[in-house]
Design a protein around this ligand. Structure first.
Ligand code: GCB
Length: 587
């Protein structure tokens, strides 16, 4: 490779062959109930600011003793430093804290011979932001999008015995991606969710979608391979159906009367699907969610969403989330009296929705179409559409998820309207059983809720910071009176920073001021009957590069609880008291 490699060092198109988007929603396999082999653990690792690895083809280097190598090398992917997978590299070494660029992960993978008619798939839970996959020096595909899972088939790529798996993960922020270059959360990098190898028969269930639709239990299956029927069973309901497959796809109704899932009664049923010797399973709840005028209606009853917004962020592990962390988050939400969480601003770990299903929380899930995305760029739309499709396919069996949100605080331009309308169409085509929302801004000039996107979504999310970024608090009341939306509004964000360590006694950044903003917000919003929920910003303080004043010091301090995830600020109790009142009114 010496000559090629030298040429590539001077080639500025070095990365073009790798920027395919061939690992996407259509290459996913359904993994519920499968026994996979975990590839978590130590991987060889190197940061690579100049992309020397792609230019010099580090992925093609086979293991060798240094004395046996015949060419000089800038990095040996099979030797040296290791890091744990999953993890975020910023949290491992101080000198990697602000690193943006490629990180190379390599590990050996020894496999037994694959039996006749068997297939293998690698699944990566999430890698931030894009990930190029190589096996034994061969490029197998690339994935865009830092928070959704992706799969790559390894059936032909792995040989019996020792193989080498190399993943090049790049977290550089670029103009055409989703999100773009500017966000209010930390730009973590790395493989920060689980990596698993699955073995399947020739027929593989790629997708299973089970839901209550038109009053009936309906199952849709997608199978890749020769199977011509799939069988779906719900033993707890004594229901089963054989679904004929055409071009690998089929849909059928099951004769079943499930007890409905709700936050008070989170009933779940085991569902299995078999096709051509492949078998997957899931635990599914059945409920309806609709909008009727300005109401949000769950199982036929209007509800108020008592919520809180959360990021996936931890002082010690960054974006790498444990089951314990998710459970603590829900326990705090329960203490607040919530029935609802907004999982902002990107898809969270899939365990979150599974646990919400079990515990009885309603969820808003979201893709990072955040602030100034490059709305006119077709590549950006392709990326956003794929991330949305991957999220919906991953979580559409979760009764807890009631809202797909397609964006946050995007300016009301023609390009954005056309972009977001297409995303709303994608969400509805992938899943006609849930509500579509976006977090919008009020029209500050006209002092009213007015956004052309509102006509294309079911729930108007409003992010407003009266008392904080908008200092004239009285304007919120004016907006309330001036607005007459024809559909439900959820206050998807409001809040104020409160620094529990170094904040002043009063005024901006004090805990007292944060509490006062909550009191005033609650008093004003209570009078607006079209407001059907709220998810203030935010449960915990979270890390972010752009906030460096003496009170924030690298953190957004709008949490009701500090970054230690223990210290509660006074605003916590104010919101909890309000939600207790709301809950009592509903009973
Ligand atoms: C917003 C954004 C959120 C920020 C928050 C803030 O409107 O949606 O991502 O973190 O405001 O604290 O400024």
């Amino acid at each position: 490779i010496a000559e090629n490699a030298l040429q590539a060092l001077h080639d500025e198109d070095y990365d073009r062959p790798f920027n395919t988007q061939d690992l996407n929603a259509d290459t996913l396999i359904f993994t519920g109930g499968r026994q996979g082999r975990s590839l978590d653990g130590d991987w060889n690792f190197c940061v690579d600011l100049l992309d020397t690895g792609l230019r010099q083809k580090w992925f093609a280097m086979t293991p060798a003793r240094p004395e046996d190598r015949i060419e000089p090398w800038d990095y040996d992917p099979h030797a040296g430093e290791t890091v744990p997978v999953p993890s975020c590299w910023q949290m491992l070494k101080e000198k990697w804290y602000f690193f943006e660029g490629s990180g190379w992960y390599t590990r050996a993978l020894t496999v037994a011979p694959l039996g006749a008619g068997r297939r293998r798939f690698l699944r990566i839970g999430a890698a931030q932001y894009d990930c190029k996959v190589f096996v034994n020096g061969r490029f197998l595909g690339n994935h865009y999008g830092g928070s959704t899972p992706f799969c790559v088939e390894l059936t032909d790529a792995l040989a019996e015995g020792e193989n080498h798996l190399t993943l090049c993960v790049n977290n550089a922020r670029t103009r055409d991606r989703v999100p773009m270059r500017n966000t209010d959360w930390f730009n973590y990098g790395g493989i920060y969710r689980e990596v698993t190898l699955y073995e399947t028969p020739t027929s593989v269930v790629r997708d299973l979608f089970v839901r209550l639709e038109g009053g009936q239990v309906v199952a849709s299956v997608t199978v890749d391979g020769p199977a011509d029927t799939a069988r779906v069973e719900i033993p707890g309901l004594g229901a089963s159906v054989d679904i004929p497959l055409e071009d690998g796809r089929g849909t059928a109704r099951l004769d079943a009367r499930p007890d409905l899932w709700s936050p008070a009664t989170p009933h779940l049923y085991d569902v299995t699907c078999t096709a051509g010797g492949d078998r997957v399973s899931d635990r599914v709840g059945f409920r309806t969610i609709e909008r009727r005028g300005t109401e949000i209606v769950l199982n036929g009853r209007p509800i108020f969403l008592r919520g809180i917004s959360v990021h996936e962020d931890d002082a010690a592990t960054g974006k790498c989330t444990s089951e314990a962390d998710i459970r603590r988050r829900f326990a705090h939400a329960r203490d607040l009296g919530c029935n609802f969480l907004r999982l902002a601003h990107y898809p969270h770990h899939e365990r979150a929705a599974e646990i919400a299903d079990e515990m009885g929380f309603l969820l808003w899930e979201e893709i990072p179409v955040y602030w100034a995305i490059d709305f006119a760029n077709p590549a950006t739309l392709r990326d956003a559409t794929n991330q949305l499709t991957e999220l919906v396919r991953r979580d559409r069996n979760r009764a807890s998820v009631v809202i797909w949100s397609i964006g946050n605080e995007n300016p009301d331009t023609d390009a954005r309207l056309s972009f977001m309308r297409k995303l709303a169409e994608t969400a509805r085509a992938e899943d006609p059983t849930r509500l579509v929302a976006a977090a919008c801004l009020v029209n500050h000039r006209k002092l009213r809720i007015e956004d052309r996107l509102a006509a294309h979504i079911d729930v108007i999310g409003i992010n407003e910071y009266y008392g904080w970024y908008d200092e004239d608090f009285d304007e919120l009341g004016v907006i309330g009176e001036n607005s007459a939306p024809d559909r439900p509004v959820v206050i998807s964000e409001t809040g104020a920073d409160g620094d529990h360590e170094a904040g002043p006694e009063s005024g901006l950044f004090s805990l007292a001021y944060q509490a006062e903003v909550y009191e005033k917000q609650i008093a004003t919003l209570r009078g607006l009957d079209y407001v059907k929920g709220m998810s203030p910003w935010i449960l915990y303080d979270f890390r972010v590069e752009r906030r460096q004043n003496v009170f924030q010091r690298g953190w957004n301090r709008k949490g009701l609880i500090a970054a230690d995830k223990t210290t509660r600020k006074p605003a916590f109790d104010i919101l909890a008291a309000h939600y207790a009142e709301r809950a009592a009114e509903e009973d």
